[in-house]
Design a protein around this ligand. Sequence first.
Ligand code: SF4
Length: 74
Amino acid sequence: MPKIQFYRNKCIGCNICYETLPHRWRLSRVDGKSTLVGGVDKKGIYSAQLFPDELDANEFIAQACPVKIIKIVV
Ligand code: SF4
């Protein structure tokens, strides 16, 4: 199953991810950065398994993210 990795510290809160896929990405009201729903934190890198039906949308998000902090590992 593909995985997503998210380097959260460098998020600039541009809104692309959470407007594209709100069940997987949310805006934190605490620090204005995106949050990966279901992500597990390991030293600031959040990772989560991706379901096949959300792979395309997350690949789009990874490419569109202006600071390139989302990686898809298949
Ligand atoms: S697309 Fe990238 S920079 Fe924009 S909110 Fe999402 S993770 Fe942050």
